[in-house]
Ligand binder design. Structure first.
Ligand code: GLV
Ligand code: MN
Ligand code: MN
Length: 417
């Protein structure tokens, strides 16, 4: 309890409150994609909570929502605490939002205690971590970190709407997006609290963990072209069907990744046969590939191997294939001195210190281009995520909030020294 609210537990309750329409695009589930009315509704709720917590609130040109709690001096450097408010399709309630809600709780606790620090705290709600609407992801954190390639604004969603068009309709400013970039001299560090999305902490009966590094990832789109035809009249031997070729390619990806080291994983999460009918041999099949590993070298070797195999599989069947890179993110080590402060914060709370890498991507990996970053992982039930069954306990959320406050105390001591 922190003078009137249950710190951490309230953060969880707020994630739950944003788990349904109008904060979801679809009734009865949570789908909140970038720059949709559900995203706007969530930002409105967050803005109210940020203001109540004692922050001044603004939106930047890239659709980030930013609450600022001033430090002792008006233009002090900021510790940015943040995560993402967008979700995957039919996702869980805590992947992203929990890190924002915990940031708001932590600031409110400081405000209620009348504490000002030698640095400001900003809580940021990024909007595009999942990339569930457009082919690439993290345009919001890229804009803040000053590493957004403006060509990303031309990407289109499944309805043909570009990022630039959607951003303008949302009240953002695509032509002024460069002004969302923060200056490194204005930012002290970035702290992201996030559910683990894996089973390690639960298996070891630990509430919290300290992230060492985030895995490298690549997103690719594959298109295998054949010839559309009649499903009833074209004999099997005379077809140019890209469907079985896509199936072979998926099996090849599985084989390559199973044989790999360094946490190599590969996923086909989207697959479309075109034009898409019971009675039409597809003219083309398109599918996504998400390939990750602890090092870019291992990831890139796998990408090269699967690309070669896809071309060979297509050629053997008289088909053609294209493999297009949509996004590449290098592995992102967390800052050693901030990790040590988080370790010490867990120890102060009487918790064992457990360090672990992140296989999931996070805005922290983009923010590393701007400032030192650190991440706190929170146990989630069964390690389940990207699934409506995602669950955390109030007790773990409360511990996470206390660990973040302790981290802030330690950062304050370091900055005053
Ligand atoms: C986001 O959750 C990702 O890891 O892609
Ligand atoms: Mn996610
Ligand atoms: Mn996430």
């Amino acid at each position: 309890m922190t003078d009137g609210f249950d710190i951490g537990a309230r953060a969880k309750a707020r994630c739950d409150a944003l788990g349904l329409a109008p904060y979801s695009e679809i009734e009865g589930q949570l789908t909140r994609r970038f720059l949709t009315p559900a995203h706007a509704a969530a930002l409105e709720a967050l803005a109210g909570w940020m203001a109540e917590a004692g922050m001044s609130v603004r939106r930047d040109t890239a659709a980030n929502l930013i609450g600022r709690y001033e430090g002792e001096a008006p233009a002090a450097k900021a510790l940015i605490i943040g995560s993402h408010i967008d979700s995957v399709r039919n996702g869980g309630r805590y992947d992203g939002p929990l890190g924002i809600m915990l940031g708001i709780d932590v600031v409110e606790a400081l405000n209620l205690a009348g504490r000002r620090l030698p640095f400001a705290i900003e809580v940021v709600a990024f909007g595009d971590e999942e990339g569930s609407r457009f082919p690439a992801s993290m345009s919001c954190s890229r804009a803040i970190a000053g590493v957004l390639d403006v060509s990303a604004l031309e990407m289109r969603d499944a309805d043909g709407v570009s990022v630039a068009e959607a951003l303008a309709a949302f009240g953002g400013d695509p032509s002024g997006i460069a002004s969302a970039a923060r200056r490194p001299e204005d930012v002290l560090a970035f702290l992201e609290a996030h559910i683990e999305q894996g089973p390690v902490l639960e298996a070891e009966s630990l509430a919290l963990g300290v992230v060492t590094a985030i895995a490298a990832q690549k997103r690719l789109m594959v298109r295998i072209e054949g010839q559309a035809g009649h499903a009833g009249t074209t004999p099997m031997g005379l077809r140019k069907d890209p469907g079985p070729a896509a199936a072979e390619a998926m099996l090849a990806l599985e084989r390559i990744c199973r044989a790999g080291a360094d946490g190599l994983v590969g996923t086909v999460g989207r697959l479309t046969a075109l034009p898409g009918a019971f009675n039409v041999i597809p003219g083309a099949v398109e599918f996504s590939m998400d390939i990750r590993a602890e090092t870019s070298a291992t990831r890139d070797a796998a990408v090269e191997a699967i690309t070669t195999e896809i071309h060979a599989i297509a050629a053997a069947r008289g088909l053609s294939a294209t493999v297009t890179l949509m996004q590449a993110l290098a592995e992102s080590p967390c800052d050693p001195s901030l990790m040590a402060l988080l370790d010490a914060s867990l120890a102060d709370l009487g918790l064992p210190v457990r360090r672990l890498p992140s296989g999931a991507g996070h805005d922290a990996m983009v923010m590393a281009a701007l400032c030192p970053t650190t991440m706190l992982f929170i146990r989630c039930e069964g390690g389940i995520s990207h699934n409506p069954a995602e669950a955390v306990t109030e007790a773990d959320c409360a511990l996470a909030a206390r660990a973040m406050l302790t981290f802030i105390d330690k950062l304050e001591r370091r900055e005053r020294a």
